[in-house]
Design a binder for this molecule. Structure first.
Ligand SMILES: Cc1ncc(COP(=O)(O)O)c(C=O)c1O
Length: 394
């Protein structure tokens, strides 16, 4: 129908529809902010849907902006393939559901993110998938936890909040000896600090909400591994639908461009602050694998490039003293998240670990005086001065 024969209402809708921008090139990645893609004929659409022809049909399946992010993640991890999700928990739950079914068993570190712990304990039990939690450093206990029905091993290279280091090569070998994959949540140690696939892990998972995004302005999750592994996870993503939005994928791509320089600075600053805290009279203990005195130092030095921007420290005087330090800090922001360009501080006993009994918390060193710092990009001398004045007020 000729355009000038159409009513104004129809013209408004039809103008600009399906415009072809394929001759436009920009330095970055465009946002394909769409749920649908046009296809030329019914047969062509079916071919794309069945993955027999390249192309996009619906953004829950694929989207060019998200594809660009997946390619960037593959490169970052040295992986064959990657997938992105709407949050870190969406990535973890989708990956686990892709390889486990009712009757299966998982060997997991007990020192993992609380949300993953709850997913394992409360949600997987509903699906009759059992989990044994172990101290990741106790290799005999990890071996003893394996059952004939074990299908997956799961740990974090650096745990929250006491920064316990798992020996990735040990975990990978044990998993492979039992014909199982090893999944690692490397949220605290993004590349280039740690590239788990180079240490024989089978899947590298991140809450992209943290360091990859880097600005506390998005929720996202990613997984990277072999094409075969990603092909197992993709159908879970497609059918459960925990996908990342194109705009969020674009924000993430933007954040990742500065990941290398951010981490370099954050690692350096965290080491300086850890050294300062170690010497402060009002600090009982510092948890940071970059310190030569840390029990994890040798192993961390072997498997990490830098020791991360996360550190924890226990102040003398318990909860009251910890509260006083937080209240007197002028630069660090109170949040439960991490990996931002701003320095963030959190009190694990009253936030991430509040649901545990005091005895349970003590068993994993989450004492009332423990504070966790996510070191940002402020000048480290300012951060140190601020910590000093706050600690001196205890
Ligand atoms: C280590 C770790 N893994 C996974 C998650 C979950 O990520 P998200 O909040 O993006 O779902 C978090 C969140 O704090 C985390 O700290």
């Amino acid at each position: 129908m000729a355009e000038n024969k159409l009513n104004i209402q129809t013209q408004i809708i039809k103008t600009g529809e399906g415009r072809d921008f394929s001759d436009v090139r920009i330095p970055g990645v465009p946002i394909y902010q769409t749920s649908n893609f046009l296809y030329d004929d019914i047969d062509g659409g079916t071919e794309i849907l069945l993955s027999r022809q390249p192309g996009h049909i619906y953004s829950r399946y694929t989207n060019p902006t998200v594809d660009a992010l997946n390619e960037i993640i593959s490169g970052l991890e040295g992986a064959e393939a990657a997938l992105s999700f709407g949050s870190g928990m969406a990535a973890i739950s989708s990956a686990v559901l892709a390889v486990c079914e009712p009757g299966d068993h998982i060997v997991s570190s007990a020192y993992i993110y609380g949300g993953a712990f709850t997913f394992f304990q409360k949600q997987l039990s509903r699906l009759k998938i059992a989990v044994t939690f172990v101290d990741p450093r106790d290799h005999e206990a990890v071996k003893a936890a394996v059952r004939p029905e074990t299908r997956l091993f799961y740990t974090e290279p650096l745990s929250n909040p006491t920064l316990i280091t798992s020996d990735i090569r040990f975990w990978a070998k044990l998993a492979h000896d039992h014909g199982c994959p090893l999944f690692l949540d490397g949220t605290f140690t993004p590349p280039p600090v740690c590239r788990p696939l180079q240490l024989d892990a089978d899947l590298s998972i991140h809450s992209a909400t943290k360091y990859l995004g880097g600005h506390s302005d998005l929720l996202g999750g990613v997984v990277a591994g072999s094409t075969a592994m990603i092909d197992k996870i993709r159908p879970v993503m497609k059918t459960y639908g925990p996908v990342i939005a194109p705009f969020v994928a674009w924000l993430l791509i933007r954040g990742i461009r500065t990941l290398g320089v951010r981490l370099e600075r954050q690692n350096e600053s965290a080491l300086q602050l850890a050294r300062f805290l170690e010497r402060h009279p009002n600090v009982n203990r510092v948890f940071y694998a970059g310190l030569e005195s840390d029990p994890h130092h040798q192993l961390a030095a072997k498997q990490f490039d830098g020791f991360s921007g996360m550190l924890s420290f226990e102040v003398k005087g318990g909860w009251e003293a910890a509260k006083k330090v937080m209240e007197n800090l002028q630069l660090a922001l109170f949040t439960v998240s991490l990996g931002d360009v701003s320095t963030l501080i959190c009190h694990p006993a009253s936030t991430s670990h509040v649901y545990l009994t005091p005895e349970e918390r003590a068993a994993i060193d989450v004492t009332d005086g423990l504070l966790r710092l996510s070191v940002g990009l402020e000048h480290v001398d300012d951060l140190q001065t601020d910590l000093q004045q706050a600690l001196n007020k205890i």
